[in-house]
Design a protein around this ligand. Structure first.
Ligand code: NDP
Ligand code: MG
Length: 375
């Protein structure tokens, strides 16, 4: 049995990962679980899976009688240090996932990565550390999992481009003039996926696709101009790879993150899963449409960010996290989210980053600057 740690176990990715483990209980022993503040659910999960080591950033009640819970901002990193697992699922939301990802590859463990921010904000450091320790980074993000599957048996040099599909979120057909009136409730109503709040709002602004272009560039070692995006409202084609002979491979399945998580966990094996198959007994229409990059500027912004890959993507992500929170709290309009990100990137574009700890310094600075603009 492999030892596994699940970071963000109480969230959307974390609970889906536990579901996959329920389907194949003989494959993994859970060495540790981490969450931010959802103490009751964490303890319930620990009882069900007999987990001995837990981590909580901010408990509502410190259980001093138990010495098996690690508390505080660095609890996830400490959990990896103490448990030394074979594999870590990183389902933490936001930039807070970066240092735990780094710790995972430092130990030479396999990183099953849902936390795309790890690669967006610190891709160069995470990749070089993984290479130095011969640690594997296996994608969990559904588009990247699709590409990972399409690349099996292929030569890197034969890849002409990759095409990330995007559902388009709830507003891909909404005229831009209506954007100022979009409420958090409308933006949280994703047509295809049930996910955490930040990624759901990012899907509505299409910043999620911007982050995913950068994630793909690091994961698959491709320049940003070899990564295209197309709108696919049905969310059945999870992404595609075009090769030098112009042949295109795609991966299809019903939208369910458990498939991508299972692929990452069992890779290089493929195990049976109890999920809903695609129904071909009725009409199935699959559309592919070009994205409207004038309406959704976040894709172009992400491409621009990769001109300074060590700093601008980190600033972009931090400002977006802050702006999304402000939108959810009613302090910022929907159409003001991306302008706050742009202004923050402009203001801090001179920053240089030389090492991994400086990534979090820049993240901190960018949050501060974005908050100033929002105020
Ligand atoms: P959620 O908001 O549903 O869950 C986030 C999880 O992270 C929660 O368990 C939360 O704990 C925990 N958490 C937050 N901060 C910390 C911290 N500092 N240390 C430890 N745990 C922490 O988010 P999602 O599951 O939707 O997304 C997680 C990541 O996966 C994101 O990077 C997202 O972009 C990516 N992703 C998600 C997909 C999805 O379908 N949901 C698809 C593809 C990628 P608590 O519950 O206590 O707050
Ligand atoms: Mg995705």
């Amino acid at each position: 049995m492999k030892q596994i740690v699940i970071l963000g176990s109480t969230g959307s990715i974390g609970t889906s990962a536990l579901d996959v483990i329920r389907m194949h209980p003989d494959k993994f022993s859970i060495a540790g679980l981490a969450a931010h503040s959802n103490q009751d659910i964490l303890l319930k999960q620990a009882r069900e899976f007999n987990v001995k080591r837990l981590a909580l950033v901010r408990p509502y009640e410190k259980r001093t009688s138990l010495d098996d819970i690690i508390y505080g901002e660095n609890c996830a990193t400490e959990l990896i240090r103490q448990t030394q697992p074979d594999i870590v699922v990183n389902g933490i939301s936001g930039a807070a996932g970066f240092l735990p990802s780094l710790e995972t590859v430092r130990h030479g463990a396999t990183l099953a990565l849902a936390n795309k921010e790890s690669l967006v904000i610190g891709g160069s450091f995470l990749k070089s550390e993984a290479e130095a320790q011969s640690a594997r980074i296996v994608p969990v993000d559904s588009e990247h999992c699709a590409i990972f599957q399409c690349l099996v048996g292929e030569e890197h040099n034969d890849v002409r481009r990759i095409i990330l599909t995007a559902s388009g979120g709830p507003f891909w057909q909404t005229p831009r003039k209506d954007f100022p009136r979009i409420t958090p409730e409308q933006a949280l109503n994703h047509p295809k996926w049930e996910m955490g709040k930040r990624i759901t709002i990012d899907s509505a602004t299409m910043m999620n696709k911007g982050l995913e272009i950068i994630e793909a560039s690091w994961l698959f070692d491709l320049p940003i101009n070899k990564i295209d995006v197309c709108i696919h409202p049905q969310s059945i084609i999870h992404s595609m790879v075009e090769f030098c002979d112009l042949s295109i491979k795609a991966q299809l399945s019903n939208p369910d993150m458990r498939l991508a998580i299972a692929y990452a966990l069992f890779w290089p094996q493929r195990l049976a899963l109890d999920l809903e198959p695609i129904d071909l007994s009725t009409d199935l229409v699959l559309e592919l449409l070009p994205p409207d990059t004038k309406k959704f500027t976040s894709i172009t912004l992400a491409r621009h960010a990769m001109q300074q890959p060590r700093s601008l993507p980190c600033i972009m992500n931090a400002a977006d996290e802050v702006a999304v929170q402000a939108f959810l709290k009613g302090r910022l309009r929907f159409d003001q989210i991306i302008p706050v990100v742009e202004k923050t990137m402009d203001a801090l574009s001179g920053w240089k980053i030389d090492n991994a700890p400086e990534v979090m310094d820049l993240d901190h600075e960018a949050r501060h600057k974005a908050e100033e603009f929002i105020r």
